[in-house]
Ligand binder design. Structure first.
Ligand code: GLN
Length: 468
């Protein structure tokens, strides 16, 4: 379906297959918008391209917080219902220029706030491996579509784990690049110092090809770094000469038994193919969740101030003439509970009397967390290996009444976001039929090596097999 680099695939045939698959996957509720006409138009466009491009008619789904001119962008929020952007995100232009076809806009936790895709204004997404379970979040729709075989790759976004965690729950590859490696122009802002467009792939190769297409500097995003785009890594024969650190703080004694077994198995394989494995420590990572849940809401409170019923989306009718009432009612009706909670927390930690106690302190701890990683990489550790999530996919409804339990689903993924590091989740086995992911973390801008290593592990592990 995806085609190899440079090989010409027929956009028309791929569009037809993709449409049939989208229809079949409807019960997952993974998609917010797609249309046959748009897919046909995408197919005609790629078929008319002179050269096939690196992605040769690959159908790709986009999380619905990435703006597109041809489809609405809702962020799964009532406050943006029906909103259509006047421009395309940079990543969308780059994908299309490489011959990819935009297949669908996918469901998410409202404004990317959540870890289960249950906080969508348009209903929860089901995990294709077990519909009673969540696909993870917030990019759950993109993860589910790749897992269901509808598309070989999809874009999501990460602020604190929103691609790696659902990739782990759905048994697909999920890659978060270094902060600044991929343009955020046209990604709806959540936490601007953390946000990264990130990639799901059926395989490491699919994810690598998409990431190399979208990476590289962009004059429209001043935080992109001036480095050439990532190259698709050359396959490695083995892992000789590479040192893997297993941070003890990421292997607590109460780790789920299936997850622990899958990680042991992965570490054994790393040794068998020549890698060296050693225990290391990241002492400040235990503060990552509280630190993240101060910084991300603070930035969100500022970023979401723009949804006021005046500039975007639907406006509350009935409070004309009173601007405060207009804001209050539009925002009160338009935002869901989790988004309101974040705005309240963010406003609180930024307020005059609490700024030093919460926000400034969190920024300091963030620096310590990043410093822990830097020291390990400076001391000769090439990559870190951790579980992606503390458990396999949990049941729908299990954590919706307890925000802190939901936040703890990100306990192994948000430190890398705070440090701006590249990291990925790779499916490494199953526990009671559910996928388990292992996480690799690399130094800044070493995506290429990280993906090459993931490729070796993909070849040497049976992700479909039960682990014990
Ligand atoms: N689950 C985290 C949150 O709710 C991360 C979200 C994300 O990475 N977009 O904020």
């Amino acid at each position: 379906m995806s085609g190899k680099v440079g090989k010409r695939e027929s956009g028309k045939a791929t569009a037809r297959e993709t449409i049939a698959r989208l229809v079949k996957a409807e019960p997952l509720n993974a998609v917010l918008h797609w249309s046959q006409e748009l897919l046909d138009a995408e197919a005609a466009r790629v078929d008319a391209m002179g050269a096939p491009g690196a992605l040769a008619a690959m159908p790709i789904a986009l999380k619905d917080n990435i703006v597109t001119v041809e489809q609405p962008t809702t962020c799964a929020s009532r406050i943006l219902e029906g909103y259509v952007s006047p421009y395309n995100a940079t990543v969308v232009d780059r994908l299309r220029a490489a011959g990819a076809m935009i297949a669908a806009k996918t469901n998410l936790d409202e404004f990317a706030m959540g870890s289960s895709t249950e906080h969508s204004a348009f209903g929860r997404v089901k995990n294709p491996h077990d519909p009673s379970r969540v696909p993870g979040g917030s990019s759950g729709g993109s993860a589910a579509l790749v897992a269901a075989g509808v598309v070989p790759a999809a874009l999501g976004s990460e602020t604190g784990g929103s691609v790696r965690q659902p990739a782990s729950f759905c048994g697909v590859v999920g890659v978060k690049p270094s902060y600044g490696r991929v343009s955020r122009y046209g990604l709806v802002a959540f936490g601007s110092s953390l946000d990264c467009v990130s990639v799901f792939g059926r395989t490491v190769d699919d994810a690598s090809r998409v990431l190399s297409t979208i990476s590289g500097p962009d004059p429209f995003d001043a935080t992109t770094v001036n480095r050439p785009p990532m190259r698709v890594p050359k396959p490695l024969a083995d892992l000789r000469g590479l040192t893997f650190g297993l941070p003890r703080e990421y292997f607590p004694t109460d780790l789920d038994a299936g997850v622990a077994a899958a990680l042991r198995h992965t570490a054994d394989r790393i040794r068998q193919v020549g890698g060296e494995v050693r225990e290391v420590s990241l002492p400040n990572s235990s503060y990552a969740v509280p630190t993240y849940y101060i910084i991300a809401p603070a930035e969100a409170a500022a970023n979401l101030a723009r949804y006021d019923g005046v500039r975007y989306g639907p406006r509350h009718i009935g409070s004309e003439g009173d601007i405060r009432a207009l804001y209050r009612t539009t925002r009160g009706e338009g935002f869901g509970e989790e988004v309101r909670r974040r705005i309240l927390v963010g406003t609180y930690v930024l307020s005059a009397g609490y700024y030093d106690a919460y926000y400034r302190k969190a920024q300091r701890v963030r620096a310590l967390i990043a410093e822990d990683f830097r020291q390990l990489f400076d001391a000769g550790v090439d990559l870190l290996l951790t579980p992606t999530t503390p458990t396999p996919a949990f049941k729908a409804g299990e954590k919706t009444e307890d925000p802190v339990a939901m936040y703890l689903a990100d306990v192994f993924v948000c430190s890398m976001s705070l440090a701006g590091l590249p990291a990925l989740s790779l499916p490494v086995g199953r526990s009671e039929g559910l996928p388990v992911g292992a996480q690799l973390v690399a130094p800044h801008f070493e995506e290429e090596r990280m993906l090459a290593v993931a490729g070796v592990l993909e070849q040497n592990l049976d992700a479909g097999a039960e682990v014990r």
